[in-house]
Write a protein that binds this ligand. Structure first.
Ligand code: FES
Ligand code: FES
Length: 920
């Protein structure tokens, strides 16, 4: 019997001695605050203190802690210092999705016990083993360094001042006290477990063996499910005309990770099951992982009706690009390529389902509860009302949790067995089966006249969309609209193509293909500016799109085009940084040092919401008889802050304090459909619906009280007091005496907003988005030319958000996007079958992040709520090209095949140096 001190109490453990401490804490001790992100020592989510030292509890057997002192995140709550740390995290907005927060707090608390005044590098060293994919780490560092000094106060604005206030996340407290429930944190104690059997081959036929005999040999396994058990349609996807992914492949697996069957049984039997023991015979086929092979004439077709393995093509054209290019004074041609990028959210896919009569209720992490519901209804062959999706907290998504993953397996198993069924993907399964960012191969030609004005632009992009459609059509259609960047480009042609291969499905990932195209365009702009002999920032400013100039789809905005304001905001810092780099390089060169400094700039624009498609959000607000203001908002908050921002908008529209509003979020039985959390649409689209609902509710109350439109609304228990400041009258509404509607509300408003867009014609002309957001980033970095190493010194961001509804949260989004852009530029490279874990697939750690400076630009757009635009995708787009342009500025070397790893940088710098001395 193993016994140890856990959070100041002696406990004994009945699990076998080799059991991971993390599992004992979560499953036997009932302490789910310790998270599991990898089970391999890579992510630090499972950090606990062992005799005061931070350790990974997933790599520690419970036998190793016998007789020792373990403190988990729950135990830190008895320690007064954690309260200051938690408060500091809340004040700085250092917790977004919250899945990494317990590990961060444990590691930070160990540091603060020995060092109450840590430096930035102390914090980086102490927290270096804990990964965060959301925040960009900077606010976490600030939070730890600020413990003990007076904090930013908890702002509680008055009515009318909610928008624009840096209030703390309204849903932040459970994140910092580790009480928030993620997909695998709260499951029924009697739940069975399901394991999906997946193809180990990139492309193979298969035959499932004798299921009855398999079950008789494995008494802990209750059922085997395969394609023959699907009750409705054995198919799912996110865009109706392209739905093509089977829940269970029927006879051929198209990628390594394709599901072919599932086994359901008691938790221990499923946990101990070796996938190789499943009775299935494989017949591997020719594997095609690259688009050029998939496009060859003799390549086998992955899908009937998609000739040449082309899923979809995109096209936008205006003016005469060829003639303009031919007549250009200067031309540049670049070829860029980018690999698969893994989302690497710290929380793997997890959840459970229960059958309730003829309904199925699915709990778990998702970015799109209502969309999941529609897919599940089709798969289960039932009506929409027979499916309820209850989202858990979502430990990061970034696009991949828009597609359903675990949901059909738990739903089907719970239905068939009439018992609760749970699942939690391993890190390997998550990385093998989930969608990725599309790899790209881009050829781009741009010309300009002698003054530097863009005169012709021809873009061809091929995107590897993997085995199934997922969001491939969205990427192929969005890229040609955005490939010119936020610049006036009158003569333009952009073609894109999404091509099927036997790779994992490529889907949505922050930017939907635009980060890939921006790398080509922004790198080409630097080369072209040099050819003209112009300053690179000035070159961008003269080409920047302005109000009343048409975009490449012929759309003309009369207000809200903010790119030049962003570039102008960077200008003083740009010239100062160039001077600093020049001086450093002169000294460094004269001293024989290999280090060189460089400065790079890049811009972005991004259309908020779906491309030329309906995109509605509906928000309901009600006043209950007991005087509560309830906001039903179905926009999934995956850490980006929609619970907070949408509530700020709704509160100001209604005319009440934001902290007086109660949020009901996510549950499809309780919230109207706010669409999916993607495409930077929630602040803009759901925010506008919240604005309209708040406004309508306000009008209803004022009309009932018969007061003027500017009357103040105050709540006093079950009474609403209306103070008509202009008319001088007052009114009282006694809520308890009034009837309630079917929802239980005395007053209620439900409003829908759908951005005005129009379909694009055959040349891609039309109105794809009602609003674009804009931004520019400037990276200062240093390169060790002898080793190819890059050190990021500082990034200055200037993003036009229209109106910063919550500036603190805006900064958080920017920093998180920049961190992902750094990963894309310098290290991330997913290779199917080779980098399916977080030690072979590298993402930025706390030590990889530069100093941030933010300039929030507010060029209001008439369409958005209070002028607001979306932000989430935009912030990743300029980072990688800004880094590549800075490397080129520092060394002369252009890296156009990502990631720019040290070996590539070293080779490119060496080639540049050899060419300078006349050798190749
Ligand atoms: S779960 Fe232990 S390090 Fe990732
Ligand atoms: S807040 Fe760190 S992983 Fe989401």
């Amino acid at each position: 019997m193993i016994s140890f001190i856990l959070n100041d109490m002696t406990v004994t453990c009945t699990s076998p001695p080799g059991t991971r401490l993390s599992e004992v804490l979560r499953n036997e001790m009932g302490l789910p605050g310790t998270k599991i992100g990898c089970n391999a020592g890579d992510c630090g989510a499972c950090s606990v203190l062992l005799d005061g030292e931070t350790i990974c509890s997933c790599l520690t057997s419970v036998a190793q802690v016998n007789g020792r002192n373990v403190i988990s995140i729950e135990g830190l709550h008895t320690d007064g210092s954690i309260a200051m740390l938690q408060d500091s995290f809340l004040a700085h907005g250092a917790s977004q999705c919250g899945i990494c927060t317990p590990g961060m707090l444990v590691a930070a608390s160990a540091l603060l016990r020995i060092n109450q005044n840590p430096s930035r590098s102390d914090v980086e060293n102490a927290l270096g083993g804990v990964l965060c994919r959301c925040t960009g780490y900077s606010k976490i560092i600030d939070s730890v360094m600020a413990v003990g000094i007076p904090l930013i106060p908890d702002i509680r604005p008055e009515a009318g001042a909610n928008v624009g206030s840096s209030i703390r996340h309204l849903d932040g407290q459970p994140k910092v006290d580790a009480s928030l429930s993620f997909g695998d944190d709260t499951v029924p104690h009697d739940a069975l477990s399901v394991r999906v059997i997946r193809s180990p081959h990139h492309h193979a036929s298969f035959t499932i063996g004798d299921k009855a005999s398999f079950l008789s040999r494995n008494p802990g396994i209750h059922v085997v499910l395969d394609s023959t058990d699907i009750l409705g349609r054995n198919c799912f996807g996110v865009i109706k005309p392209f739905v093509d992914q089977p829940v269970f492949a029927e006879s051929i697996a198209l990628y390594r990770g394709d599901a072919v069957a599932a086994i359901v049984g008691d938790v221990q039997s499923i946990a101990n099951f070796q996938e190789t023991d499943f009775p299935v015979e494989w017949q591997p086929h020719l594997t095609i992982l690259e688009p050029d092979l998939a496009l060859s004439v003799d390549a086998p077709l992955l899908h009937v009706g998609r000739p040449g393995n082309v899923l979809v093509r995109g096209h936008v054209e205006c003016g005469d690009a060829d003639a303009a290019l031919a007549n250009s004074a200067h031309r540049v041609e670049v070829h860029t390529s980018t690999p698969f990028i893994e989302h690497a959210y710290i929380e793997p896919e997890a959840g459970y389902a229960v059958r309730d009569g003829n309904r199925i209720i699915v709990h778990g992490c998702t970015q799109a509860a209502h969309m999941d519901r529609e897919s599940l209804a089709e798969i289960m062959g039932v009506g929409l009302d027979d499916i309820r999706v209850v989202p858990s907290a979502c430990g990061g998504g970034f696009g991949s949790k828009l597609d359903i993953s675990f949901q059909p397996y738990v739903a089907l198993a719970a239905w068939v067995l009439n018992k609760p069924v749970r699942i939690c993907y391993s890190r390997g399964e998550s990385m093998r089966a989930s969608t990725k960012r599309h790899p790209s191969d881009i050829n781009l030609k741009i010309g300009c006249d002698e003054t530097g004005r863009i005169s012709g632009f021809v873009f061809d992009g091929v995107f590897n969309t993997g085995a199934y459609a997922s969001w491939g059509p969205t990427v192929a259609n969005r890229v040609p609209i955005h490939a010119c960047g936020p610049y006036f480009t009158p003569d333009y042609r952009a073609n894109s193509m999404a091509v099927h291969t036997n790779a994992p499905p490529a889907g949505a990932f922050r930017g939907f293909g635009v980060p890939q195209s921006a790398i080509a365009q922004e790198c080409a702009y630097d080369i072209l500016a040099d050819k003209v002999g112009m300053d690179r920032l000035a070159f961008r400013r003269i080409n920047a799109l302005k109000n009343n100039l048409p975009t490449v789809t012929g759309q003309v905005f009369t207000n809200g085009v903010g790119i030049d304001s962003c570039l102008a905001a960077l200008e003083p810092r740009w010239y100062a940084a160039l001077e600093t780099a020049k001086n450093f390089n002169v000294t460094s060169s004269s001293e024989g040092s290999p280090w060189r400094k460089g400065v790079g700039v890049a811009s972005c624009w991004y259309g908020c919401g779906n491309t030329s498609l309906p995109n509605p959000s509906t928000i309901r607000m009600g006043i209950s008889a007991d005087g509560k203001i309830i906001l039903h908002q179905g926009a999934m908050d995956i850490g980006q802050g929609s619970n907070t921002v949408i509530t700020q908008i709704a509160a100001d529209a209604l005319g009440v304090r934001v902290h007086a509003v109660h949020i009901v979020n996510g549950d499809t039985d309780l919230t109207p459909d706010c669409g999916k959390t993607s495409a930077s649409r929630q602040t803009f689209v759901s925010g506008k619906a919240a604005f309209l609902s708040g406004e309508a509710l306000r009008k209803m109350i004022l009309r009932f009280g018969n007061v003027e439109s500017d009357a103040k609304i105050c709540f006093d228990g079950t009474t609403i007091l209306l103070d008509d400041t202009v008319g001088g009258g007052t009114a009282r509404i006694d809520l308890a005496t009034l009837p309630v509607n079917d929802y239980g509300y005395v007053f209620m408003a439900e409003e829908t907003y759908d951005p005005p867009t129009s379909p694009l014609d055959e040349k891609g002309q039309g109105i794809p988005y009602a609003v674009f957001g804009y931004g520019a980033q400037m990276m200062e970095l240093s390169v060790d030319c002898e080793l190819g190493m890059v050190s990021l010194d500082k990034i200055t961001t200037a993003h036009d958000v229209g109106r910063a509804i919550n500036p603190l949260l805006v900064e958080g989004q920017i920093e998180g996007g920049v961190a992902q852009g750094i990963g894309m530029a310098l290290m991330e490279d997913y290779k199917p079958g080779r980098t399916e874990n977080l030690h072979d697939y590298l993402i930025p750690t706390i030590g990889d992040i530069p100093i941030f400076e933010h300039i929030l630009v507010e060029v209001a757009d008439d369409e958005g709520p209070y002028g607001a635009k979306g932000l989430g995708e935009h912030v990743l787009i300029p980072t990688a090209p800004a880094i590549l342009n800075a490397i080129r500025h520092a060394t002369g070397a252009s890296i156009h095949k990502l990631p720019a790893t040290p070996d590539k940088i070293f080779a490119a710098v060496t080639a540049v140096n050899l060419s300078k001395v006349g050798k190749t």
